[in-house]
Design a protein around this ligand. Structure first.
Ligand SMILES: [Fe+2]
Length: 211
């Protein structure tokens, strides 16, 4: 009688079998998880917030015009100047590690254009910094930033965990037509939970630092 011996599976076959089992939800967790590494479930790795840079962020001293970052902004949670026009915006969120742990006392420095798209380059209108609380939380009161030539709506941010490098990035808003034509825009930095509360806007964003 002819007996056919099973041939060993190739790497490709092994991968395909694993993929099929994954599709069926039949792949068991790794032994490390079974052995008690429940942190792998409770603290999934988060994608670090990407840096987003443009000419606005370059404090090149030769350039005298343009909406640049200004150091030494006031410490405050509201960067809304008195009498400012525009739709009020409350932005809240946390600063987290890629492991999902909140980072207390992280520095967050915000700066943005006003509702008409103009920056204050001689003072500190719509500029301010703050530190996250013990739970890694922050909150910002401002207005929805205006458009200016070549750019979609955005808020500039520098975020720094204590004794760690500075992340310079920008936040963007859903539903802005110019998002599609702004080469600096990235959906990774879209604010979340964008909603209208009466005549105000609210949004959330968690910064994830690779620390
Ligand atoms: Fe800008």
């Amino acid at each position: 009688m002819l007996v056919r011996q099973a041939s060993p599976m190739t790497d490709l076959e092994t991968q395909l079998t694993r993929r099929r089992l994954l599709e069926l939800g039949l792949v068991l967790p790794p032994l490390a998880v079974i052995a008690g590494r429940t942190d792998l479930f409770s603290s999934p790795a988060l994608a670090a917030t990407p840096a987003v840079l443009d000419a606005d962020d370059d404090p090149t001293p030769e350039l005298t015009e343009g909406p640049y970052f200004t150091p030494n902004s006031p410490k405050r949670k509201s960067i809304l100047p008195s009498g400012a026009v525009g739709t009020r915006l409350t932005l809240t969120g946390r600063v987290l590690t890629t492991g999902g742990k909140p980072i207390p006392n992280a520095l967050i420095d915000f700066w943005q254009a006003d509702a008409r798209g103009a920056y204050d380059n001689s003072g500190y209108r719509f500029r301010g910094h703050q530190f996250t609380n013990a739970k890694g939380q922050y909150s910002l009161l401002t207005v929805v930033p205006g458009l200016y030539p070549g750019r979609t709506r955005h808020i500039h941010v520098k975020v720094q965990a204590p004794h760690e490098p500075v992340l310079t990035t920008q936040l963007f808003f859903p539903g802005v037509a110019r998002n599609g034509s702004d080469g600096i825009y990235t959906s990774e930095c879209l604010v979340k939970r964008w909603r209208l509360v009466q005549d105000r806007r609210a949004a959330a964003f968690d910064f994830v630092l690779d620390v």
